[in-house]
Design a protein around this ligand. Structure first.
Ligand code: 6GU
Length: 243
């Protein structure tokens, strides 16, 4: 898979992309991640990616002309400044899945992550400032995604979250194929508790059943604990009635 990140803070991604399994997945060719600086598509002396809003009001708005030009270049894999004709065109087929990260998007779920992980290419466009010119929504984004009901200063953290969630589903990234399936949410529940050694710590002991060797009893205990935890913390995952 190839992932292109469009941001005004390219340096932000050096940590997340150079760490752990995401770094390994790039090194072994499982994923090709490219970070682009949106300012490379500006044409004015100040390299402005934002401007004041029509109609007035506080704050700045990200410019559609810069974002559309950047998306067209990245879609077609051509350098900044290259004209794409006709506009909006993508050589060789439909535009890649292009996700605009914005608090007004639909909330990221594991179901959407699974869907995104099936794509050949992903383009993640990080919003900044108070808003984004509506024509970016019209002309560029195939999806608009938020990572929760709170407001960040920009979409970079959200894009990094998508990269992690998607890359871990790519073939060969997780050592144990099972662990991708058994994690929280893949079964619609939060995870059961985990324990490793020592068996006793400051008076807290590992539940007897986990040391019993009775795999049926262990599976039943885990299922119960997962359900109990989900009821307590995320009853919404259980649907109406809480079953
Ligand atoms: Cl994607 N962007 C911003 N700015 N805030 C958010 C978000 C995204 N998701 C949740 N809050």
């Amino acid at each position: 898979m190839r992932i292109d990140l469009l941001t005004i803070f390219p340096g932000y991604f050096s940590g997340p992309l150079e760490t752990s399994l995401v770094a390994t997945a790039q090194a072994d060719g499982t994923v090709d991640i490219r970070v682009h600086d949106l300012r490379d598509w500006t044409t004015d002396r100040h390299r402005s990616v934002d401007d004041s809003p029509y109609g007035g009001g506080a704050g700045m708005v990200m410019r559609a002309d810069v974002l559309v030009a950047a998306a067209e270049s990245v879609w077609n894999d051509v350098p900044p400044g290259t004209q794409v004709a006709p506009p909006q065109h993508v050589a060789g087929g439909p535009r890649p899945r292009t996700v605009l990260l914005t608090p007004r998007g639909r909330t990221l779920t594991q179901a959407l992550v699974r869907e995104l992980a099936e794509e050949e290419r992903l383009v993640l466009l990080c919003g900044r400032y108070e808003g984004i010119d509506e024509r970016v929504h019209d002309l560029v984004a195939t999806d608009e995604v938020s990572v929760g009901d709170y407001v960040l200063m920009g979409g970079e953290v959200a894009a990094a979250a998508i990269v992690e969630a998607v890359v871990r589903l790519l073939p060969g990234v997780l050592g144990n194929a099972e662990s991708a399936v058994l994690e929280s949410f893949e079964q619609g529940l939060l995870e059961h508790p985990h324990y490793t050694r020592p068996v006793e710590l400051r008076g807290h002991t590992v539940p007897e059943v986990l040391r019993s060797g009775d795999h049926g009893a262990i599976a039943a205990w885990r299922a119960e604990r997962a359900l109990e935890r989900t009821r307590q913390v995320r009853p919404d995952l259980l649907g109406p009635g809480g079953t």
